[in-house]
Design a protein around this ligand. Structure first.
Ligand code: HEM
Ligand code: HEM
Length: 152
């Protein structure tokens, strides 16, 4: 079964979000340390790795907003599974916003929410990745190879 082709921009935005989320794992611990120190001392100072977590999170948010703007301008997503994809986008937006809010307010409660949203996001992403392999190799719909090829 063939779906419509992905635009280059769509492929790049997808790849960027994937890379950002993977790289960000290395900086979450630094942010957690900086945040907890802030809660204890009342002084919120971004360490280098906490800054990276912040910046990567904002970059993810911008990539998601760019993709959603494209969807608005060019019509729906080029797929039949638009609803689950929108759920991923909503979780990505919520995780970034809750992070900014947790840091800005110095709120341990919002930080807990941020943690829970990130867990939901990672869960959905795992299902998404397994799903894409099933679609590719069991249903023989080559979305995977098309999403990760012809970037230039
Ligand atoms: C793609 C977006 C993001 C993801 C997936 C993400 C994910 C995570 C994860 C998994 C943790 C560790 C949670 C824990 O172990 O308790 C964390 C911590 C944290 N993140 Fe993010 N984050 C994102 C963006 C942001 C942004 C933009 C900010 C803004 C400053 C931020 C602020 C924080 C803070 C303050 C903590 C410490 C929370 C705590 O100690 O309980 N995050 N983040
Ligand atoms: C790690 C974080 C990931 C996130 C947040 C994510 C998110 C998304 C989203 C939101 C879409 C919809 C694209 C659109 O805007 O039209 C999508 C599509 C897609 N993703 Fe991912 N993805 C991730 C990782 C992966 C990985 C590792 C693979 C490879 C196994 C993959 C394969 C695909 C494919 C093939 C599509 C197109 C599906 C279709 O058109 O039916 N994704 N992804």
């Amino acid at each position: 079964m063939q779906s419509k082709p992905y635009s280059r921009l769509q492929k790049w935005l997808h790849l960027l979000v994937v890379v950002f989320l993977v790289v960000d794992v290395a900086f979450q611990g630094g942010m957690t340390t900086a945040f907890r120190r802030g809660v204890q001392t009342g002084e919120f100072m971004l360490s280098p790795s906490a800054s990276m977590h912040f910046l990567i999170g904002i970059a993810v948010l911008l990539a998601v907003l760019a993709r959603l703007t494209l969807v608005r301008e060019q019509g729906g997503m080029q797929t039949r599974a638009a609803l689950p994809f929108m759920a991923i986008y909503v979780l990505l937006i919520l995780v970034a916003l809750s992070g900014v809010l947790a840091w800005g307010l110095g709120s341990a409660t919002v930080a807990k929410l941020h943690h829970l949203i990130s867990l939901a996001l990672y869960g959905v992403v795992v299902v998404h990745v397994i799903g894409r392999f099933v679609v590719e190799f069991v249903l023989k719909n080559n979305t995977l190879s098309r999403m990760f090829s012809d970037f230039w």
